[in-house]
Design a protein around this ligand. Structure first.
Ligand code: ATP
Length: 198
């Protein structure tokens, strides 16, 4: 369960949210929606503890997010950054970056297969594949870590309808995941249990 209470987050030139509260139940899939530049990505970063709001309380599974609990809370989560932006250039480098264990590498290969990008795994440079193929590889890596809470920033921005359906089938095979996402994609919004308007 994720519980955010009275979050105030602003940047010098923009107020992202004022006294914003929401909850996400365990196993629920929600999408934070709102216009471009409103602050959806920033809110996911707040949940990861990458950004600290000016005030408000964030609780994950009953633990208040603070410097003492951040490691425990982050250990429950995986975050997919927008545009799959990561400091790596291939699936093999992702395995190293995420320090995947044997079982996770097995799952990674399984998800690559399910998402239709097995042939683009290994040491093939991300520069030589499409944005959608890269996005599916990074999604496969995220899912393979098997964390209970998955934060997805625009997870289907580069995917066609067919690839989105492959992702739905893959997510459908993973019970009890809590998913907090951002998206402007209608198919993704329909897939989520609920939308949270920012
Ligand atoms: N570290 C920062 N310092 C100052 N301003 C920031 C910072 N991060 C984000 N912003 C600003 O906060 C606003 C919200 O950005 P954010 O990326 O969270 O929006 P978004 O709703 O996810 O947008 P989009 O739908 O276009 O991805 C933007 O105006 C952005 O310029």
């Amino acid at each position: 369960m994720i519980k955010c209470e009275n979050i105030n987050l602003s940047f010098p030139k923009q107020i992202v949210c004022e006294n914003f509260s929401f909850e996400v139940a365990t196993g629920e899939s929600v999408c934070i929606s709102g216009p471009s530049g409103k602050g959806k990505s920033s809110l996911l970063k707040v949940l990861m503890g990458f950004m600290i709001p000016q005030s408000g309380k964030i609780q994950v599974d009953g633990l208040d997010l603070n410097s003492d609990t951040i490691a425990t809370i982050r250990n429950k989560m995986i975050w997919l950054p927008q545009n799959s932006n990561l400091p790596v250039d291939s699936a093999d480098e992702l395995v190293v970056l995420l320090q995947m264990k044997e079982e996770q590498i097995r799952k990674f290969n399984q998800f690559l297969e399910q998402l239709g990008v097995k042939e683009y795994g290994g040491d093939r440079s991300f520069n030589e594949i499409s944005g959608g193929q890269k996005q599916r590889i990074v999604l496969a890596a995220c899912l393979s870590l098997d964390k209970p809470i998955i934060l997805l920033d625009e997870p289907v921005s580069a995917l066609d309808d067919y690839s989105i359906d492959l992702l739905f089938a893959t997510l459908g095979s993973l019970p009890n995941k809590t998913i907090v996402s951002t998206s402007h994609n209608k198919k993704w919004l329909d897939f989520c249990d609920r939308t949270i308007e920012l």
